[in-house]
Design a protein around this ligand. Sequence first.
Ligand code: COA
Ligand code: ZN
Length: 320
Amino acid sequence: MRDGIDIEFREVGMRDGLQNTKGFFPTEAKIAWMKAEVASGMPAIEICSFVPPKLIPQFKDAVEVVEATHATDTGDCIISALIPNMKGAERGVELGMKKLNFVASVSETHNLSNVRRKPEESVEDFRRIVEMRDALPDDKKFVIDGGMSTVFGCTLEGNVDPAAAVKLAQQFVEAGADHLTVCDTVGFANPKQVRDMFRLLQSELGPDVTMTAHFHDTRGLALANMEAALDVGIRSFDACLAGLGGCPWAPGASGNMVMEDGVFMAEAMGMRTGIDVDKLCSIREIIADNLPGEPLHGAIAKAGVPKGHSPASSFAAAAE
Ligand code: COA
Ligand code: ZN
């Protein structure tokens, strides 16, 4: 985690947020969004997916968007992209990505629907990607994140066995994952389940395995789930500006935890995010202008921060 923050948020709007929206979000608007997020202090951004453009045309401009991140002074903001397979990893290497987020689901039905493989076949792909990465010269190596979808339940299968989530996590770690992202892909989780699941993963995997929590607000529990994850020591969270998001291959999926609200909650509780919530809220305009008709979620953007709110982060150092 970057110095001077207590919680690391990752903006996943340019990936999770855009993969399920109608219409193409213009390349210049994606780049403007990325630059504005960096300027707000965002410590990490998932910028796009390396998936077949035929499957998700939204990411047909991945090369231009990634090149724009290289041409921008992104400081210590960690830029990453989602990959579903080896081809995605190869595209990432070609484009000089320093971090790639592999994805596989605990639920077999969702994995088959999402990436057309059984979970064990995805694990095999992951192993080969790590081998490929390890054989690269040092300046081409990338950090690899093992993303676990449907950990807390699946709209296709219903309940998901926590033991199956532990198994996938162990397989990722044994294969060489640098980090795990634990996803409530379809917003089934509740705070007790979140505490239990992370405690189970922590006890089975040991203290060296770091994890990000990825919540969707489908049933209104994303912030409660964030608080539950904080309670058991998780300090890294995915969220999305204006609560966009959802997996196109998970029926009933809807938006991610609202970034602005998560940042406000953390700052109000005395935890530094390094993110300026006012700057963050102003970025919603880019979304509104480029996604006409898309509902924008979030309480803080509508209500404003309470009178007397004093964020934990100090932004004086960033003043021009
Ligand atoms: N990027 C670009 N093109 C890719 C690719 C990638 N990561 N992976 C495969 N392709 C291309 C292949 O080269 C091939 O091209 P061709 O038809 O011109 O020969 C074509 O896509 C089919 O390849 P194949 O390996 O048979 O893939 P598939 O059709 O079985 O699809 C996935 C498998 C994993 C690529 C696809 O299901 C996928 O991208 N899923 C991700 C879905 C997603 O993003 N979900 C939301 C995020 S959780
Ligand atoms: Zn998601």
